[in-house]
Ligand binder design. Structure first.
Ligand SMILES: NC(=O)c1ccc[n+]([C@@H]2O[C@H](COP(=O)([O-])OP(=O)(O)OC[C@H]3O[C@@H](n4cnc5c(N)ncnc54)[C@H](O)[C@@H]3O)[C@@H](O)[C@H]2O)c1
Length: 267
């Protein structure tokens, strides 16, 4: 593994490290010298990512963890400390939107609502709660939550998801105010739509290419690094400007651009 020094001697927990964004984040941190503990419910993909890191010369283990279960979370944090001696970085990436169950809120089931809030919000709260005393004692820490543009913009069909990510953004600010004096920063990264497989989502932003999981991992690595030591309580949006389009009422998309140009020609 081609290592630079940025995270040498550091240990990170990456929740949801068996998934798309989590995997790229774990690989990126490990590539730059970090020991990585992948806490994920998936008992196949998470160990596979840890294997991939070790195969490339890095250090990684996977610990099966349900982020919705605070006892499980505490156990995984304790195991990480006993194995690596410290936790410098926490990246809370486990989550998702149960996309296949998207519907108007009036038709949504309680199970889906509880699941979204459980994984996305309680998962982040439980992990931050479990690591913060350790980070306070060490007077060092970086906490990065993966939120979403939908946590600020909202979207029809994902009320419970928006609520969970909005909660994550609020806790980012509040927790950053409590932990700053201990040299523990707390920030969020809000992706727009990240590519998955061969899906083309390049018309959902103003850059005109797909957002990759690596784009998100770059932002996380920056916020986890010493270079970001004076940044806290921030929400770093990584969406190619998509959220701006939502705010202005004109979402990016080739058809919309054409409409704008046609309107300009009319004037
Ligand atoms: N993909 C996108 O376009 C996008 C956009 C905005 C925000 N996000 C956020 O980024 C994060 C990662 O998304 P992704 O696209 O990589 O998803 P993904 O489905 O590829 O990965 C999510 C991972 O979380 C794990 N997980 C789910 N429930 C868990 C639980 N209870 N305990 C432990 N692990 C659990 C899954 O096993 C999986 O490995 C999520 O929080 C998601 O909401 C994604």
């Amino acid at each position: 593994m081609d290592k630079c020094e940025r995270f040498n001697g550091k240990t990170a927990i990456v929740t949801g490290g068996g998934g798309n964004i989590g995997r790229y984040t774990a690989l990126r941190l490990a590539q730059e010298g970090c020991s990585v503990v992948i806490c994920d419910l998936n008992e196949e993909r998470a160990p596979a990512v840890a294997d991939e890191i070790r195969h490339k010369g890095g250090q990684a283990v996977a610990i099966r963890t349900d982020v919705k279960d605070s006892a499980d979370v505490r156990k995984s944090v304790a195991q990480t400390i006993s194995r690596f001696g410290q936790i410098d970085i926490l990246v809370c990436c486990a989550g998702g939107s149960t996309r296949e169950k998207m519907c108007y809120f009036c038709d949504q089931t309680e199970d889906v609502i509880l699941d979204n809030i459980g994984v996305n919000l309680f998962g982040a709260l439980f992990f931050a709660h479990a690591v913060c005393n350790h980070m306070i004692e060490r007077k060092h820490g970086r906490i990065v939550f993966i939120a979403s543009v939908l946590g600020t913009q909202g979207q029809r069909g994902t009320v419970e998801y928006s609520a969970s990510k909005g909660g994550v953004l609020a806790m980012t600010k509040a927790l950053s105010m409590e932990l700053g004096e201990f040299n523990v920063t707390v920030n969020a990264v809000s992706p727009g739509l990240v590519e998955r497989g061969s899906q083309d989502v390049s018309d959902r932003n103003y850059i005109g290419r797909n957002c990759t999981a690596d784009d998100i991992a770059n932002a996380v690595a920056f916020l986890a690094s010493d270079e970001a030591s004076f940044i806290t309580g921030a929400n770093l949006t990584v969406d190619g400007g998509w959220g701006l389009g939502v705010q202005s009422g004109i979402t990016p998309g080739r058809n919309n651009f054409r409409v704008v140009r046609e309107r300009q020609n009319d004037v």
